[in-house]
Design a protein around this ligand. Structure first.
Ligand code: AMP
Length: 216
C-alpha cells in the first residue's frame, strides 16, 4: 500500500488516514502533524515552519521535500505508507516521484477527497484536536463526551491557530491555486481515484478502501 491522500484542508484525510494506516499496518505520514510537533518541540525547522502555518501559507518546498525525503527513507516506510497533506505543489509531486524511482517503488493510488467548500468551512472552524493523540472532534457534529477532553485518550482538546475563519479562507485559496493542479498531474498518470468525502465516516472509509484496491 503506497497511497497519497489528496484534498483540501478539512476534507477528512487525517481522520481516515489514522484508521486505515492502522488497518493496513503502514505508517501515516502527515506533513502537517510532523511540522506541528517540530514547532511544539521548538526545533529551528519547526519554528520557521510555524510562521507560514499560522498564516495558512505553505511552508517552502525545499523544507518539506527535505523532511519527506528523510521520512520516506526510514525503515518503516519500506513496507508502504499513507501520505497525507503531501504533495501540495507540483514541485513536491515531482520530488516524490523522484524519491520513489530512486528507491524502486511506485504509488498504488492517489485518493482525492471531494468535499464542498461550504462543508469545509463548517468543519474547519468547528474543529477541535487532541493535543496528545491528534484525534479530531467537531463542536456541533462530533463533540466529545466531556467538553475539552479527548474521548480516546483523555488528552486536552484545542483549536488549531490556523482553524480561525480568516486563516481557513486563506488556506482554501492556497489549496485552489497551488494544490488543485495536482488533480490533473495524477489523472494524467492514471493514479487519481475520487471519493466523495461527505456523509457517514464508515461509508467514506469503504469507498477509500475500494479506491486503494483493498477489496475487504
Ligand atoms: P495540515 O495539517 O495538512 O492542514 O497542514 C497544516 C499546515 O502545515 C499547512 O497550512 C502548511 O502551512 C503546512 N504544510 C503541511 N504540509 C505541507 C506541504 N506538503 N507543503 C507545504 N506546507 C505544508
Amino acid at each position: 500500500m503506497r497511497i497519497v491522500f489528496l484534498g483540501p484542508p478539512g476534507a477528512g484525510k487525517g481522520t481516515q488516514a489514522r484508521e486505515l494506516a492502522r488497518a493496513w499496518g503502514v505508517p501515516h505520514l502527515a506533513t502537517g502533524d510532523m511540522l506541528r510537533s517540530a514547532a511544539a518541540a521548538g526545533t529551528p525547522l519547526g519554528l520557521e515552519a510555524k510562521r507560514y502555518m499560522d498564516e495558512g501559507a505553505l511552508v517552502p518546498d525545499e523544507v518539506i521535500i527535505g523532511l519527506m525525503r528523510e521520512r520516506l527513507g526510514a525503515p518503516d516506510a519500506a513496507k508502504g505508507f499513507i501520505v497525507d497533506g503531501f504533495p501540495r505543489t507540483i514541485a513536491q509531486a515531482e520530488a516524490l516521484d523522484k524519491v520513489l524511482v530512486e528507491t524502486g517503488q511506485a504509488l498504488g493510488a492517489v485518493v482525492f477527497f471531494d468535499v464542498s467548500e461550504a462543508e469545509l468551512l463548517r468543519r474547519l472552524t468547528g474543529r477541535r484536536v487532541c493535543r496528545r493523540c491528534q484525534a479530531t472532534y467537531h463542536l456541533v457534529s462530533a463533540p466529545p463526551a466531556k467538553a475539552g477532553v479527548c474521548d480516546k485518550c483523555g488528552g486536552e482538546l484545542y483549536q488549531r491557530v490556523d482553524d480561525g475563519e480568516e486563516t481557513v479562507r486563506n488556506r482554501l485559496g492556497v489549496y485552489g491555486r497551488q494544490t488543485a493542479p495536482l488533480l490533473d498531474y495524477y489523472r494524467e498518470q492514471g493514479l487519481l481515484r475520487t471519493v466523495r468525502g461527505e456523509g457517514p465516516i464508515d461509508g467514506i472509509r469503504r469507498a477509500i478502501r475500494e479506491a486503494a484496491g483493498d477489496a475487504r
